[in-house]
Ligand binder design. Structure first.
Ligand SMILES: Cc1cc2nc3c(=O)[nH]c(=O)nc-3n(C[C@H](O)[C@H](O)[C@H](O)COP(=O)(O)O)c2cc1C
Length: 247
């Protein structure tokens, strides 16, 4: 694991004297810091109205020239389960185009973090890193939305440029925070992207639409070890350079 100079404590202390603005900032920070990629869910269903409210809040995300390029397919019940069956079958058939999310070689700094992620993730599942069949089974759990009652597929018009994919990412983060503020957990999942063809067919997407990623949504199981694996963060001084400030 990486050095413990990294931040991995989501707690936000409440100061003795706190004005209304500070209270808002603390609530928002608590939501941001307590959101985690959640990969084990309770069976508790999620009502459609709740998901609608989350998405309506999330739609206040900014977008370049306010074009709001996000599209989202919200799946539950039999439709979600049928998609899972399709994707597990496609994954086992090995017919999907291989999709690399990172360049090869990955620059050292990022490779170190990726390795650290893998160590923490597989340790939380009791999976040996070299146990390829067990890792494959865990990867397949993505397509079951990790047992969440709701699965979302985020798509975007393929004619748009990378710039608009930033908008989609901002929207997705809003979705996760709006969910977390309601006590609802999520996991963003690029694992869906390589299965665009079967997803598009299953969801009757328009030819212009392309699958960007998926997301599991539901009430996380706090007892599950995999949900307890906190991923550390770098400190501000390690990724930000301040200029022109007094003092
Ligand atoms: C764009 C994106 C794609 C991701 N894809 C996956 C995925 O396919 N499967 C998965 O289990 N986690 C996925 N994650 C979750 C990351 O592993 C997780 O966010 C990261 O390790 C930090 O942990 P945290 O979200 O719990 O803080 C993805 C996250 C992002 C932002």
């Amino acid at each position: 694991m990486m050095a413990d100079t990294l931040i991995d404590e989501p707690q936000v202390a409440q100061p003795a004297a706190e004005g209304p603005q500070e209270a808002i900032a603390r609530c928002v920070a608590t939501v941001m810091r307590s959101r985690r990629a959640t990969r084990a869910f309770k069976a508790q269903p999620l009502r459609r109205e709740v998901v609608e409210a989350i998405l309506q809040d999330a739609a206040f995300a900014p977008s370049g020239a306010n074009i709001q390029p996000w599209r989202v397919h919200v799946l539950s019940g039999a439709v979600k389960n049928a998609l899972t069956d399709v994707l597990v079958a496609a994954s086992r058939a090995g017919t999907a185009p291989a999709r690399q999310h990172f360049p090869e070689p990955l620059p050292d700094t990022y490779r170190a973090r990726l390795m650290d992620f893998g160590a923490r993730y597989y340790a939380s599942l009791g999976i040996d890193r070299n146990d390829t069949p067990a890792r494959t089974r865990q990867t397949e759990r993505n397509y079951d939305f990790f047992g969440a009652p709701v699965g979302l597929i985020f798509s975007i018009d393929r004619r748009l440029k990378p710039h608009s994919w930033i908008d989609l990412g901002l929207f997705a983060q809003n979705v996760m925070l709006a969910a977390k503020a309601r006590g609802i957990d999520t996991c963003p999942q690029v694992a869906f992207a390589q299965f665009h063809a079967p997803i598009a067919e299953h969801l009757h997407m328009s030819p212009d639409e392309v699958t960007a990623f998926g997301m599991s949504m539901g009430y996380g199981d706090p007892e599950a070890e995999v949900n307890r694996a906190a991923m550390p963060r770098e400190r501000v001084q390690d990724f930000a350079r301040f200029s022109g400030f007094a003092g």
